[in-house]
Design a protein around this ligand. Structure first.
Ligand code: ATP
Length: 236
């Protein structure tokens, strides 16, 4: 459903992505791993049209989207939850979730149904609907950022480093949620992660970015066994 072919992306004269190709199929979870500065966030922001590739093509559901503005790409159903969980601190959990569905102009009845179906995946948020976003724990804020993204009715969900800065036990919870979203809502997901071993555990395909290049790609279970990946990304 998403097909990226040979894209090159520049910041001024500096090239950040080199001939990157990537594919996401219906219902698949794909991980993109790589160290700091490898180009993972650049790739995500290019998919949603915040950077324009200098060459190559991005196709989403058979349509070329790399010339389209971000708001149109999001309307097609690509929802990006950026790194850093930028939720609204001064709004309640319920209001944050409402903001996620804002552009869909739903009737109150439809909205209530959607919110209910999203909150079913996030029991912790359901218990905290009236709490201000800024007072949630880091893990809860991450859940809220993802829940808000889901209210946009994604056909493809892109999560940028959802485990960043979270304690291991909370990371487990966030990863469970990601698997549930894929299972229950049948939404394909791109998961950008520095936590390579956990990402490869829950995804079917992995792409490894190194200085703007796809250095390795393949089924996650196979890559997880490769000596190069083990040494460079799994600390084994
Ligand atoms: P991290 O995990 O640290 O976020 P990343 O893999 O997401 O890293 P990017 O943020 O995509 O990497 O950065 C890729 C390269 O592009 C880096 O060399 C970075 O310095 C550069 N870069 C990113 N954003 C900009 C920008 N707005 N202007 C200029 N250079 C940029």
């Amino acid at each position: 459903m998403l097909e990226i072919k040979n894209i090159n992306v520049f910041y001024g004269k500096v090239q950040a992505l080199f001939n990157v190709s990537l594919e996401v199929k219906e219902n698949q979870i794909v991980s993109i791993i790589g160290s700091n500065g490898a180009g993972k966030t650049t790739l995500m922001s290019t998919i949603v049209g915040l950077n324009k590739p200098a060459g190559g093509e991005i196709k989403f559901m058979e349509e070329t989207i790399n010339n389209q503005p971000t708001h149109k790409i999001i309307k097609k159903g690509i929802i990006y939850v950026p790194e850093g969980r930028r939720i609204f601190y001064d709004l309640t959990v319920a209001e944050n979730i409402e903001m996620g569905g804002y552009s869909r102009k739903m009737s109150p009845k439809r909205y209530a149904e959607e919110a209910e179906s999203v909150l079913a995946i996030f029991p912790r948020l359901k218990e905290r609907l009236n709490q201000l976003g800024g007072t949630l724990s880091g893990g809860e804020q991450q859940m809220l950022a993802i829940a808000r993204g889901l209210m946009g009715n994604p056909k493809l969900l892109m999560l940028d480093e959802p485990s960043l800065g979270l304690a291991p036990v909370i990371v487990d919870e966030v990863f469970d949620v990601i698997v549930n979203i894929n299972k229950i809502k049948k939404i394909p997901i791109i998961l950008v992660e520095q936590n390579a071993s956990m990402a490869m555990n829950i995804t079917s395909m992995t792409y490894v970015l190194e200085v703007g290049n796809v250095k390795y790609q393949g089924p996650s279970s196979e890559l997880a066994e490769s000596p190069e990946i083990k040494k460079a990304y799994l600390g084994v």
